[in-house]
Design a protein around this ligand. Structure first.
Ligand SMILES: [Fe+2]
Length: 107
């Protein structure tokens, strides 16, 4: 089983640290009215956008990634290493988390 776990670093739901085991991910979603900033701390994630063939590799050596409100994306760690990323949202995130969003490639 591939797991994704997160720590909420601020009380206002604006800052999260997320650990992505190999094979884990988060299916297509958006962030409501919030702009997202993602910075990779370790490892690498693959990002895809709904209705778009582009694929982005989120890597530690790159600058933080900004995703405007309304972007519908998904993030997957195809491995081989665990990835850790920092996510900041402005205004603070209002979306509610759903277990249905979890990707587990090991299943
Ligand atoms: Fe997202």
């Amino acid at each position: 089983m591939s797991r994704r776990s997160w720590t909420q670093l601020s009380e206002d739901r604006s800052l999260y640290l997320i650990e992505w085991e190999p094979g884990s991910g988060l299916n297509f979603h958006h962030h409501g009215l919030s702009t997202a900033l993602i910075e990779m701390i370790s490892g690498r994630l693959v990002e895809e956008f709904q209705g778009d063939d582009r694929v982005f590799f989120l890597r530690t050596e790159d600058k933080p990634f900004i995703r405007p409100a309304g972007s519908i994306h998904r993030l997957v760690n195809y491995g081989p290493n665990t990835a850790i990323s920092l996510h900041s949202y402005d205004p603070p995130l209002e979306m509610t988390y759903s277990q249905d969003l979890e990707i587990d490639l090991a299943r």
